[in-house]
Design a protein around this ligand. Structure first.
Ligand code: ADP
Ligand code: CP
Length: 314
């Protein structure tokens, strides 16, 4: 059987639920990796990407707290790279441990990934990507008065969060090296947090202040490495229409045309389920013989036994 190349995009709950301490995140990452190793045991090639919303926001707050001449705050692009480092480190370490427990001799590597964006992307004028912790409205207003440049919005009924620009990915600078590692059977962790956003300036890449949506970056990664499947793991087993309403309906097998109708009908929340749906549509449009799956980490075992979750095909 030929090895399937699978891009697995990990959502927030795969790394952080409520406790943002290093020990709690390390524990969550280990549980996640235990589930992911099932793909490896089945003979699949894993190309992992992950979010960084909570982590990048928390790091930014830590930067601001120690901003002095001796310990200056780092800008958002650099903080994005820091978040790739911390999560990649936790994940590599967990893979080393779990692979050894399973008696599997495989290498794993994190690639600090730069994602190319258009410096003129309209997203820079309209911050939409929620990062960091949730606040009450009063706390958010207080934060805003301390840092007038920061924008806060109410995030899907869950509280107030800082939002930053989130331009669409155009390319992934490190795609060729990621491809080489994939061909060499290395488990890769790349495009973390959507990748560090960089804009082209002649021959140079310049970091820009933004956080890219990891679902869009994962789609771009899947396209560039020629992945056979894109799996987006989040907190729900399936995508629903009329989500959270008494008449909600689970989507199991769904086509691009059906999803486009549901989008017109505003069925998917912006900033949460909508980018996953858009990324899945883009992926299957680019690779019409492939499929994208949106499901939960807990559903991976069912997904491996037989297709499970919401399966999107052209
Ligand atoms: N139509 C829908 N079907 C299923 N979940 C939805 C829908 N609309 C919004 N959601 C919410 O979107 C969440 C996934 O988005 P989010 O939490 O931002 O993702 P991530 O796992 O990448 O951090 C789900 O857990 C669910 O609460
Ligand atoms: N960068 C990004 O999309 O992060 P989250 O998935 O954590 O929001």
């Amino acid at each position: 059987m030929t090895k399937r190349k699978i891009v697995v995009a990990l959502g927030g709950n795969a790394i952080l639920s409520t406790d943002a301490s290093a020990s709690a995140q390390i524990k969550a990452v280990k549980e996640t990796v235990k589930q992911l190793v099932a793909f490896v045991k089945q003979g699949d090639q894993l190309i992992i990407s992950h979010g960084n919303g909570p982590q990048v926001g928390n790091l930014l707050i830590q930067q601001a707290a120690s901003d002095s001449e001796k310990t200056p705050a780092m800008p958002l692009d650099t903080v994005g790279a820091m978040s790739q480092g911390e999560i990649g480190y936790w994940m590599q370490n967990a893979f080393n441990e779990v692979l050894a427990e399973e008696g599997l001799a495989l290498d794993v590597a994190t690639i600090v990934t730069q994602t190319i964006v258009d410096a003129k992307d309209e997203a820079f004028q309209n911050p939409t990507k929620p990062i960091g912790p949730f606040y009450s409205e009063a706390e958010a207003k207080k934060q805003q008065s301390i840092n007038p440049e920061a924008h806060f919005v109410e995030d899907a009924g869950r509280g107030w969060r800082r939002v930053v620009p989130s331009p669409r990915p155009i390319g992934i600078q490190e795609a060729p090296v990621i491809q080489k590692l994939v061909e060499g059977n290395v488990i890769t962790i790349s495009a973390g947090g959507g990748g560090v956003p960089v804009a082209k300036e002649g021959n140079k890449l310049r970091g820009v202040e933004a956080v890219i949506d990891k679902d869009f970056a994962s789609e771009k990664l899947a396209e560039l490495v020629g992945a056979d499947m894109l799996i987006i793991l989040t907190a729900v087993d399936n995508v629903y229409v009329n989500f959270n309403k008494p008449d909600q309906k689970k989507l199991t097998n769904v086509s691009v045309a059906e999803l486009e109708d549901y989008i017109k009908d505003d069925q998917f929340a912006k900033g949460s389920m909508l980018p996953k749906i858009q990324a899945a549509i883009e992926y299957v449009n680019n690779r019409p013989d492939s499929k994208a799956i949106i499901t939960s980490l807990d559903n991976v075992k069912n997904l491996l036994a037989h297709d499970a979750g919401t399966i999107i095909t052209k």
